[in-house]
Design a protein around this ligand. Structure first.
Ligand code: SF4
Length: 110
């Protein structure tokens, strides 16, 4: 799953055709990125300490002494690395929701 598939718009294109930044677009982009922030959780009842998430995204997840994973930044901007780590978890212990709305980003609802 990509960020686009997860419903996250690419907000990097804030320049018009002449290459001049439009301040209105920049403000809207900042507001959109605040609204799109993710909340990351690891279900401790599900986590089996495989370390897949830590191996794939060492800047994003840490294992504690009990080999339970924790997100380094539970509330953050959307990240391909975090999404890939969530997808790599063998027991789907990592959930991603939109911080503002609680809408589920991952795992996809069936
Ligand atoms: S990949 Fe899943 S089971 Fe493995 S440590 Fe991370 S959260 Fe736990």
């Amino acid at each position: 799953m990509s960020l686009a598939e997860a419903g996250v718009e690419d907000e990097t294109d804030v320049e018009d055709e002449a290459g001049v930044e439009d301040e209105t677009d920049v403000e809207e982009t900042e507001e959109a990125s605040m609204a799109d922030r993710w909340h990351i959780e690891v279900d401790r009842d599900l986590c089996i300490g495989s370390g897949m998430c830590v191996g794939g995204a060492p800047e994003e997840f840490r294992l504690d002494a009990a080999r339970q994973s924790h997100p380094v930044s539970p509330d953050r901007e959307p990240s391909e690395e975090v999404l890939a780590a969530a997808e790599s978890c063998p027991v789907e212990a990592i959930s991603i929701t939109r911080a503002a709305t609680g809408e589920v980003v991952f795992p996809p609802e069936e």
